[in-house]
Design a protein around this ligand. Structure first.
Ligand code: SF4
Length: 108
């Protein structure tokens, strides 16, 4: 691990390396809400193709914080959130395609 892998936060939970990233508190709140919804719905995952499409959309998005793969709007960790069928892109309009609800929780 290098010094670049460590994210430091100030007392308000704001990243010292990138003050424009949502605070750690906002990220935890948003990520926890999305995780609770995901679990409540039976942990449905998108297909591997849709997961790759979501990450491609994020990589092309000006809101992405690429060095930490976090969304600059919600602060979420995209490598996890993008797998969840119940998760939504917070941009308006959404940069992710709409998902059909699935009961398959084994594909990712
Ligand atoms: S706004 Fe949407 S597409 Fe952009 S980084 Fe966040 S989740 Fe990804």
């Amino acid at each position: 691990m290098t010094d670049n892998d460590i994210i430091e936060f100030d007392e308000d939970g704001v990243s010292k390396q990138d003050p424009n990233t949502p605070s750690i508190f906002k990220m935890i709140k948003s990520f926890s809400r999305d995780l609770a919804k995901y679990i409540k719905e039976g942990a449905p995952n998108v297909s591997p193709i849709d997961y790759a499409e979501r990450l491609d959309a994020c990589k092309a998005c000006p809101n992405l914080k690429p060095s930490i793969m976090r969304c600059g709007l919600c602060g979420c960790l995209l490598e996890h959130k993008a797998k969840w069928t119940t998760a939504e892109c917070p941009d308006k309009p959404s940069r992710w395609k709409t998902q059909e609800k699935s009961t398959d929780s084994t594909n990712g």
